[in-house]
Design a protein around this ligand. Structure first.
Ligand SMILES: [Zn+2]
Length: 155
């Protein structure tokens, strides 16, 4: 990978993280106020962590294809959080998952889900001008109020 490719990749991973940090409800209903955690072992990775009174949801974002390694890494984070007395849940986000990764998820005894970016979790979004909720750009009407008006984010 060239330096330019690397920087490009870093930028787009950062953009994804920024987007999902600002609108975590796109990942799953009820998620809000994420904490962003730098992971020391892999400088290129930032996770979103959601704390509830007795539960913690750890979200791992992977641009492109996710393999077993990404799933194992998420399991390691869950193990750390469970050690502190939380009920833990992991969500792995990627554009695609290889078959081994999906098999490993099924076989895992952790509460894990794999969600596809741009399919299960919209990342190309518009913001409803009426209620300010985000939705997939391909969805014409807001599911909350039926509005078709969207905010112009890039005037
Ligand atoms: Zn709306």
């Amino acid at each position: 990978m060239s330096v330019l490719d690397f920087l490009q990749r870093r930028r787009s991973e950062k953009a994804l993280e920024d987007l999902l940090s600002a609108y975590p409800q796109l990942i799953a209903p009820g998620l809000k106020n994420p904490r962003r955690q730098e992971v020391l072992s892999r400088a290129s990775r930032t996770d979103l962590v959601f704390y509830f009174p007795k539960r913690v949801v750890v979200v791992e974002i992977k641009r492109g294809l996710a393999g077993v390694a990404a799933l194992r890494q998420l399991e390691r984070y869950l193990r750390e959080h469970r050690g502190r007395g939380f009920k833990v849940e992991g969500i792995l986000l990627a554009h695609r998952f290889n078959p081994a990764c999906l098999e490993a998820r099924k076989a895992s005894h952790w509460n894990l889900s794999c969600k596809c970016l741009d399919r299960d979790v919209p990342v190309n979004i518009v913001i409803c001008a009426n209620c300010r909720e985000p939705r997939d750009r391909r969805v014409e009407r807001c599911s909350h109020d039926g509005s078709t008006e969207v905010l112009n984010l890039h005037p």
